[in-house]
Write a protein that binds this ligand. Structure first.
Ligand code: M6R
Length: 354
């Protein structure tokens, strides 16, 4: 049988997940100030007029970077790429970076490979920006400007509140760059609290997936980073082999491995990305998949289980809400499987002292 984790298991993660709407509120308040770090970053980027954006990050922060890639490309029409820090560290590559906005995304701001990447980018002509949760971190110091995501200290190894704070900070940055006021984000804290209220339902779902050894997470467009981050949360806390695919890629091969033993968690937001998931859901149903949908209520009739999200935030902000049920599911699933989600096997949190 499964071992019983201690009663304190997952407490740090639970507290950090619960804090998120409050942290978003603070970031929204602060970002409105004329002298905020966000306002300074926006004016530097506007003066620099980048032609291309490069993002560097690892783990959860890399998923926030992937979200930012969609924002820059769709909302600003700026081509954008995720660059692997190893090109500039392991291989000592020095990419030409004139006209490039280079953004390092990191909770701790402590990874030496990101710091090195920003140093290389800056020396090669890029404008460098750090998006971190530590204003005094090496990454923040290495960059010409810094946006503090204001998530507060994060102790659990699994990043949760820092992720959604990164998403929001990156959204506010891109929205300002295209002349927006961030007004659409104002209703996020209240909508997030409504999602977190569904914990009892999600705890029951954890029982449903308790014995799954493999899982697939999928989503399209803005929801693809959610699928990636959901899979990472599930893997690191409950050790299930969770793989993420964009809904488009799923149909180009991986669909063949889907059977009723491999539950599929599909993010189906309101908007175009979610619309494009509907034919994917049909193909999954035809494969006999056990499907959980997270997002729009109308997807429920194509699913075996569902988590419905508020439908009153624009598609580009839905990733902030989409990840919340997965954070909660990952915690409950870990505990149901006898693990302590606050202490993933063999992992340590990156700290600013590294
Ligand atoms: O401090 P950073 O954001 O640079 O850390 C990056 C990753 O190490 C981190 O996100 C890691 O993947 C977390 N355990 C994910 O929950």
């Amino acid at each position: 049988g499964l071992v019983q984790p201690p009663p304190t298991a997952g407490r740090a993660m639970a507290a950090e997940v619960a804090e998120q709407p409050h942290r978003w509120e603070r970031l929204l308040d602060r970002s409105g100030a004329r002298d905020s770090d966000l306002a300074r970053a926006v004016s530097l980027v506007q003066a620099y007029r980048p032609r291309f954006v490069l993002l560097v990050a690892r783990g959860t922060s890399d998923h926030a970077a992937l979200y930012a890639k969609y924002l820059f490309e769709i909302l600003c029409g700026l081509p954008c790429g995720l660059v692997s820090p190893s090109t500039m560290t392991t291989y000592d590559a020095t990419p030409a970076a004139n006209g490039v906005l280079m953004v390092g995304v990191s909770q701790s701001g402590g990874s030496p490979d990101l710091v090195r990447s920003l140093e290389v980018g800056r020396a090669r002509g890029a404008l460098t920006l750090a998006v971190t949760n530590r204003a005094d971190s090496p990454l923040a110091r290495a960059a010409e400007c810094h946006v503090d995501v204001l998530a507060g200290p994060e102790r659990a190894v699994a990043a949760t509140k820092s992720y959604t704070a990164q998403l929001l900070a990156l959204y506010l940055l891109v929205d300002r760059l295209r002349g927006g006021t961030g007004a659409a984000a104002a209703r996020l804290p209240e909508a997030g609290a409504r999602v977190l209220d569904q914990e009892a339902h999600i705890a029951r779902l954890a029982q449903r997936y308790r014995f799954a050894s493999r899982l697939v997470c999928t989503g399209r467009g803005y929801s693809y980073p959610t699928a990636r981050e959901a899979a990472l949360k599930l893997m690191e806390t409950s050790y299930v082999a969770a793989q993420a695919f964009s809904g488009a890629d799923l149909l180009h091969g991986p669909l063949a491995m889907i059977d009723p033993q491999v539950p599929v968690m599909a993010v189906v937001a309101e908007g175009r990305g979610g619309d494009a998931m509907l034919p994917v859901l049909d193909r999954l149903t035809a494969s006999g998949a056990d499907i959980l949908t997270v997002g729009r209520a109308s997807a429920a009739d194509r699913a075996d289980a569902t988590v419905v999200l508020p439908d009153d935030v624009p598609e580009e902000l839905s990733p902030l809400l989409e990840i919340l049920p997965f954070q909660t599911l990952a915690r409950h699933l870990a505990i149901a499987r006898g693990a302590d989600p606050d202490r993933p096997r063999g992992l340590d949190k990156v700290t600013e002292t590294l």
